[in-house]
Design a protein around this ligand. Sequence first.
Ligand SMILES: [Zn+2]
Length: 495
Amino acid sequence: MPRPSPRRRLARRALAVLAATAAPLGAQTPAPAPAAVPAGPAALSAHQRLAREIYRELVEINTADSVGSVTRAAEAMAARFRAAGFPAADVRVLVPPAHPTKGNLVVRYRGRGGASAPKPILLLAHLDVVAANRSDWPRDPFVLHEENGYFLGRGVADDKAMAAMFVANLLRYRREGFVPDRDLILALTADEEGGNANGVEWLIANHRQLIDAAYTVNEGGGGTLDGNKPVFHSIQAAEKVPVNFTLTATNPGGHSSVPRPDNAIYALASALAKLAAHRFPVALNEVTRPFFTQTARVEPRAEMAAAMRAVVANPGDTAAVAALSQDPRYAAMLRTTCVATRLAGGHAYNALPQTATANVNCRVVPTSTAEEVVAALHRVIGDSGIRITPTIPTDNERFGAAPSPVEPELLAATTALTRRMWGDIPVIPTMSTGATDGRFLRAAGIPTYGVSGIFSTPGETNAHGRDEKLRVKSFYDGLEFLDQLVRQLARGPRT
Ligand SMILES: [Zn+2]
């Protein structure tokens, strides 16, 4: 491959950097060497050693849906809180009766109390992980490895780092006798990856009073590095809602030597061609508007930056929308998308097809609904012979929760801490095109923000993949950031 021009290199680097905001767990790019790190556990502070030990314990308990137990991990963390003197009534392992391996831990750290105390803050991380096979990994995925400046193991990034940080920090607050103005609630949940509704959805339905909060600090945000250089810090404040539809064309069929004028495969193909050409309306919200405004300031491709500003000023500016949509990540943040992901049809080489089906995966902007998407699909396809049915019942999902702007106290505290720890880089609110536990909390009326202080290059962590990793330095920086952030938020809003 020819060496790209400096301008192309810059544009490419910008693309890689910005990928993190639109798809934090998405595309993979090769990882550059991480920054210098403390020289092994001996150089660590007592607090860092405690956090590392909790992290190790969590990673080494297999919490994958298939063979693992989240309850074991929840119990192990509960034991630490009880040993530190937390009252037993404030340390609850809550297990859905039908799913004994899917326990959730809820811990309450009591504040000053009293009628004027602000509502609690919820600190949320999920304990379950995606399965990892020993035979697929060069090292045991359920052992915490530290090599060349990285922690490696299943869950080191998604999401056991944040879980370990929250646990270590609450234990430290207690040891120091820190009394917040408001209660802090820690929820370590099951089933975020499995989606079988025994985690945060189950807590909301069955133990709402235990987790009710002014807002939640969750995964989904974090900092973006270019090599070792911090570029910006994201607060995830909204996410799209995933939903799948099956398109089905049917036909009486017959002998393929005598084709009929109508054909199930042609009918489905024609429907998919119309879908491929369709663009849902641009739907900016309270999060994506400031995202584009602020990203325009760090976007080095001048024409992209101009398109961002133009689209925010006028979402009907079709030329600007087209320019911005050339980057698939930005395109996905502008509007609902529906894309064909699976295809099947026919039953024999010499028979006319009686059935043809396609799965269409839609990522719905949070202000829209499944009904609106179905209506749009019918309108676009315009063929009453094509059946459109939810592949998975749509009531498993939460639609129509309009995103709110980032809580001012959270934005102010994150901005000040970011400046102190990483210099003058912007803090940018973002909407994930993927999904986390946050959409259930938001739909239940608890605003939720992904903010972690954990920095990585785009795709570096390879979450859900082989050799999941996190920079050692990023782990200890995140620990410090969340410690300070939660202390500040614990004071409640200042008037
Ligand atoms: Zn996660």
